[in-house]
Each structure stands twice: as C-alpha cells, then as structure tokens.
Design a protein around this ligand. Sequence first.
Ligand SMILES: C[C@H](C(=O)SCCNC(=O)CCNC(=O)[C@H](O)C(C)(C)COP(=O)(O)OP(=O)(O)OC[C@H]1O[C@@H](n2cnc3c(N)ncnc32)[C@H](O)[C@@H]1OP(=O)(O)O)[C@@H](O)C(=O)O
Ligand SMILES: [Mg+2]
Length: 349
Amino acid sequence: MKTARGFFKPLAIGAPAPWRELPARVERMIHFVPPHLDKVRAKVGEIAPTVDVILANLEDAIPADAKGAALAGTIALSREVDFKALGVGLWVRINCLNSPWHLDEVATLVEKAGDRIDVIMVPKVEGPWDIFYIDQLLASLEAKHGVTRPILLHAILETAEGVMNVEQIAGASPRMQGISLGPADLAASRAMKTTRVGGGHPGYRVIEDPHADGSARASVQQDLWHYTFAKMVDACAAHGIKPFYGPFGAIDDPVACEQQFRNAFLMGCAGAWSLHPSQIAIAKQVFSPDPAEVAFAKRILEAMPDGSGVAMIDGKMQDDATWKQAKVMVDCARQIAAKDAEYAALYGF
Ligand SMILES: C[C@H](C(=O)SCCNC(=O)CCNC(=O)[C@H](O)C(C)(C)COP(=O)(O)OP(=O)(O)OC[C@H]1O[C@@H](n2cnc3c(N)ncnc32)[C@H](O)[C@@H]1OP(=O)(O)O)[C@@H](O)C(=O)O
Ligand SMILES: [Mg+2]
C-alpha cells in the first residue's frame, strides 16, 4: 500500500490535488435515470430539485445497443440541468471495468463533462486494484482536459470477492466517496437462491423447538443482508467514506422498501438508491433523522455541554458515549437542514 505522504500525491502531472476531506454533501437518495430515454431525461429538470443526487446510469438496465445513446444522453443531461446551482450531485454509473464500453465512457465523460460530474460509480469492484486502475486513468484524463477538482469514486459492493476485500477497497484512494450494497449481483455471485432485489425472504427464518403438545412452532424472518451491511459500514466508517444501500426492486411494495431503507439507516448508511419516482420520498423520509430523535439528542448535548460525565434523561442513562451518538444525530440533522427547508423547520434549526 501507499505511504502516508504518497496517498495524497496527484497521480498525474497537472492533475488536480486529491481531496484531503470529502465535500460535505447530503446524499439521502441517489436517483437513477436512464439517460438514453429522452422522455425521462426531459423530466430530470423538474425532478432534480426534489432529490440530493441524480445518477445517469450506463450499466445494468441499459440495453447493450443503447450504451452509446446513454453516454450521449449523459453528456447532454450534464449541460441541460445546472446541478451545481441546484445543490444537487451529478453521478454517473459506468459499465464494469472488463466491459468493452467503460474506457470510452470514462474518456468521454472527463473530456466533455469533467467539471460537472461529481462522482463516478464503479460496478462489480472486486478489490483495491480496480480502484487503483480507475484512479490513475481519471488523474491522467483530468490533467489532459484541465479538470479543476478530482472526480470522486463510488464502488458497488456486489460480488463475493468484493465483500472479502471491502476494507481495502474503502481505503484504496482519496477519491473514494462511498460504497453501495448491490443485492442482486451479490446474490448471484454468492449463488443465493433468491431472485429478489434486496429486502427479506420469507424462507430465511429461525424456528422454535418442537412443542410437547405438537402445537404450531413460531418462527421469525431474519435479515439476509445484516452481515454484509455490517462489514461494509465498518470498512466505510474506518476510512471516513459513506456507506449506502443500493436498489430495492419491488417498486410495487413501498412498505418493504421503507423497511429495507430503515434497516440500512439504522446500521449507519447515509442513503439509498431510488429507482422510481415513488421511492424518492421514501428515501428522503427514512434518511432524514426523525425530528423526535433529533430533539432528544439535543437534550443529551445540552445536559453534558463538554461531552463528559453522566446524566439521566427520561429514565435513560447518558454519558460520553451517548453524547457522541447524539452528536452524530444532530450533525446529520444540521447538514440536512442546511439544504432542506422543510427539515430545517422540523428540526428547529
Ligand atoms: C439490480 C441492481 C441495479 O443495477 S438497479 C439500477 C438499474 N435499474 C434502474 O436504473 C431502473 C431505473 N428505473 C426505471 O427504469 C423505471 O423506473 C422502471 C423501468 C423500473 C419502471 O418504469 P415505468 O414502467 O415507466 O414506471 P411507471 O409507469 O410507474 O412510471 C411512471 C412515470 O415515472 C417515470 N419514471 C419511471 N422511472 C423513472 C425514473 N427512474 N426517473 C424519472 N422518471 C421515471 C415514467 O417515465 C413515467 O412517466 P410518465 O407518467 O410521464 O409516463 C444491481 O446493480 C445490483 O443490485 O447488483
Ligand atoms: Mg449490479
């Protein structure tokens, strides 16, 4: 691995200096759009003010014969909407690094939209070597085209090998902004027997012992993704980048979508992907801390101004550790309030 000083060295002469701290951005939902569909792309201008990030997707869900149109649509989109003025991130999901498309995509995106694209999402990342490759390629292209700040990288965690290497992926470059759990490809990679995109499965349960009277035995559905979330969140938190939940494919089940997003939020994730307009509000509501929780967290901070000691609030013991938990909650709320007037009012900032 690189030396401490070498970690932040630009990888190409003339490339912009790597980020020392990630830009502080609210990213509750990463809204996927198919940029080759003019009808959908034409609506991004009205959708953008309602989301934190718009992602132009070039990979899965874009037909092989539409990859060129999706790339062209992405460049057009980057010019049609002033995402910076709206305070909305513009991300692009490229095709995977062994695909015939990614090289032209990265070269075109940097040349024609380098200063307008905030994050490039890289699918099927297997290990740090994938990040080293794209990091070097981007630095060379940014130097060539005079891009003024580094484009950040976001990895999708969606292969068994990627999960095995997630800590090294998270720490592979100062460009790393975050990692998303990709449940469908990951399920296929692990040979899990489910065709669902995220969420639970009615067959994944634990069951009571047999009853002497032969009565029915209670069983409870378990979370298929808990281990993966925990590994991803620890890797991201340790390296100061952001963990996300990816797609929830049951568009017709907003209740289960909300539950999957809430599991991710409680486990430490910053946001999730919205695949359909109906999922935007779900992600916004789930990944904005509950106003009542924020109010309680404020009380903890007020009870221990210097963050040390012990206090009882509504019968619950508070100490240095809960002060830190409360600070996480209030800092997140403040960041959202600075961007979102509705939540600024709800939080009382
Ligand atoms: C599996 C993991 C992934 O890769 S997930 C990411 C890849 N998938 C996508 O990006 C899917 C994006 N969403 C869509 O393409 C569509 O939402 C849909 C095909 C799922 C459904 O579209 P449609 O049938 O048109 O839905 P509706 O009729 O309900 O649409 C109503 C209305 O909304 C417009 N619409 C639909 N989707 C979007 C959108 N994403 N953004 C903006 N507008 C959208 C639609 O055009 C209709 O508009 P109209 O009323 O004016 O006609 C994998 O990585 C892993 O996990 O490993
Ligand atoms: Mg995938």
